[in-house]
Design a protein around this ligand. Structure first.
Ligand SMILES: Cc1cc2nc3c(=O)[nH]c(=O)nc-3n(C[C@H](O)[C@H](O)[C@H](O)COP(=O)(O)OP(=O)(O)OC[C@H]3O[C@@H](n4cnc5c(N)ncnc54)[C@H](O)[C@@H]3O)c2cc1C
Length: 248
């Protein structure tokens, strides 16, 4: 049996390896390096384009349970994540370059996977096709998918994580601790008193905003993963009870 997979991101690589292990002949199409989305930058497979965290490992969390289920199913990407693991308390976080290299090698060395480095622009349904081209699917392929699924499209909004250099921190004030009291002291914490917190909140709301990318579409944000300035605009308590836990 032959299966065509479009996209060598996390989903496409995991699917390709799983099928190939079971004797399916996989043709995996990847448009990089000939063409990059506005967010992808490296030619490697399974490129993590934002956070390097694959989230919590505790079995009583949804992401921890999912990892256990993936391990039981023989996930190769979790093997690669183990190889690339970096300290992150109770979460599984990876060095994104080591992770991508490990996945690329697994895929390229699998005897049942043929890699084609080319953009797919149409859906040929003469054989099973798995579309794993990710949230930034665009152009002819996006139109082909829309023709099959109808006009109700997903929207995308890029909430880029701000990066603060470690050298810029005042270690008389900043302290290391575990996150939510779990795991090692792998996270740096910046405590605020009430006045400082209120000044931070006011500065955040008044701050200059990054211009939107073309692919950001409208301003519909996903409630489970929102830009901090959008949350801040909902009131000072929103970030205090949300991502800046613990409350205080
Ligand atoms: C800017 C940005 C930030 C994000 N931040 C986070 C985050 O912090 N945490 C999180 O969990 N998720 C985040 N996401 C979502 C993230 O993309 C997914 O979690 C994950 O990458 C999805 O994996 P995927 O395999 O579906 O798609 P991708 O990782 O996007 O892989 C798709 C692959 O398909 C290829 N491709 C696309 N079109 C074609 C074509 N026509 N022909 C051939 N190849 C094609 C692409 O080059 C790419 O390699 C973010 C997404 C973006 C865009």
């Amino acid at each position: 049996m032959q299966v065509k997979i479009i996209g060598a991101g996390l989903a496409g690589c995991e699917a390709a390896l799983w099928l190939a292990d079971r004797g399916v002949q996989v043709k995996l199409y990847e448009q990089k390096p000939a063409k990059y989305s506005p967010a992808h930058k490296s030619a490697g497979f399974a490129e993590l384009i934002c956070s390097n965290s694959l989230k919590a490992e505790r079995p009583d969390s949804a992401s921890g349970l999912l990892k256990i289920e993936m391990k039981m199913m023989g996930s190769h990407l979790l093997d690669a994540a183990e190889t690339a693991r970096v300290a992150a308390g109770g979460a599984l976080a990876v060095d994104r370059d080591v992770f991508s290299t490990a996945v690329t090698e697994m895929v390229e060395n699998h005897p049942n996977i043929t890699v084609r480095r080319e953009e797919v622009t149409a859906l040929d349904e003469s054989a099973p096709v798995l579309v794993a081209s990710g949230p930034l699917t665009e152009g002819a392929l996006a139109q082909a998918v829309a023709a099959l699924t109808g006009d109700h499209r997903l929207s995308f909004y890029d909430a880029v994580a701000p990066i603060v250099t470690a050298e810029s921190l005042d270690y008389d004030k900043v302290f290391a601790a575990s996150r939510y009291g779990r795991g090692e002291a792998d996270y740096l914490n910046c405590p605020f008193n009430k006045e400082e917190y209120e000044a931070f909140h006011a500065a955040l709301i008044a701050a200059e905003r990054a211009p939107l990318h073309d692919f950001d579409g409208d301003l519909t944000v996903y409630e489970g993963c929102m830009p901090i300035e959008v949350m801040a605009a909902r009131g000072a308590d929103t970030i205090r009870f949300g991502p800046l836990r613990p409350v205080g």
